[in-house]
Design a protein around this ligand. Structure first.
Ligand code: ZN
Ligand code: ZN
Length: 277
């Protein structure tokens, strides 16, 4: 099969002939239908994030199952799947206590440089990326690195669930733990930001304030759940947001614990968090 190989940072990807073995007992061979180009892929291409090279990048993908290993029961050939960039074992302490994203089984969640799934004519090792490597015509992955979807879901849309959608939704629901009625500010209405806006609406947020310099994105944000839009080109963002966010946050700011006679006007951006995926 063909795969796009990153040989060196800041150099173009090169299409190479690459091979995959037959699926092991719990592995699944997937025909890649769609692979998004995530900004994280770009960070690795630019050397901002390190990874053993050469490597086949790509992690936001969807495809069709071609073969399954002897012990795989979750999917069968012909099933449509979205790939998952945080494969999990399902049996370690973290997996069995509801935190599969923190899986510690490195035989399943292989560390960078550990996977030997990809091979080519050269003696040099070719590295798999995030146990997926979807910039390739096929992927060989653990069965816990895929989620089965309905066949009428367009695969070019399904692929986005593999990274951008879950990143934005997870930031709202898992990290910020937004609850009904709360106010959410989303700065930047790209793929992740739009998913965060949509996630905030799903979580029941009362006001969802979208911030972006692109008027078209702001208009789209209103269709995904934004109740207010702010364009920083029209003035100071904090000044624009503060009145809208006043008196709404209850549990996560010191102002909310002041006596009710004092106005609680509070807004500050969340601290930057390390990116993953
Ligand atoms: Zn685990
Ligand atoms: Zn990504």
């Amino acid at each position: 099969m063909k795969a796009a190989v990153l040989h060196e940072v800041n150099k173009p990807l090169v299409i190479e002939d690459v091979s995959l073995p037959k699926p092991g007992p719990r592995e699944v061979l997937i025909r890649t239908s769609v692979a998004g180009l995530c900004h994280s892929d770009l960070h690795f291409m630019e050397g901002l994030y390190p990874h053993p090279l050469p490597a086949v990048l790509g992690h936001e993908s969807a495809g069709v199952v071609e073969q399954v290993g002897a012990d795989v029961t979750y999917v069968k050939p012909g099933d449509h799947v979205v790939t998952c960039l945080s494969v999990f074992c399902g049996t370690c302490d973290n997996c069995t206590t509801g935190r599969p994203v923190l899986c510690t089984d490195t035989s399943v969640k292989m560390l960078p440089g550990a996977s030997n799934r990809l091979s080519w004519a050269r003696s040099e090792k070719l590295n798999q990326f995030l146990n997926l490597s979807s910039f390739a015509e096929q992927m060989l992955v653990h069965e816990n690195a895929i989620v089965k979807i309905r066949k009428d879901m367009p695969l070019e849309l399904a692929a986005l669930i593999g990274c951008g959608v879950i990143t934005g939704y997870g930031a709202v629901v898992n990290t910020a733990k937004v609850g009904p009625g709360e106010t959410v500010v989303v700065i930047g209405c790209g793929g992740v930001g739009m998913a965060a806006i949509n996630g905030a609406q799903i979580a029941g947020a009362g006001r969802v304030i979208a911030v972006d310099t692109n008027p078209a994105k702001l208009q789209l944000a209103t269709k995904l759940g934004a109740t207010d839009i702010v364009d920083p080109q029209n003035g100071d963002v904090v000044h624009a947001i503060s009145p809208r966010a006043a008196c709404i946050t209850r549990s996560r700011c010191s102002a909310a614990r002041r006596p009710p006679s004092r106005p609680s006007r509070c807004w500050r951006p969340a601290a930057p968090r390390p990116s993953s995926g």
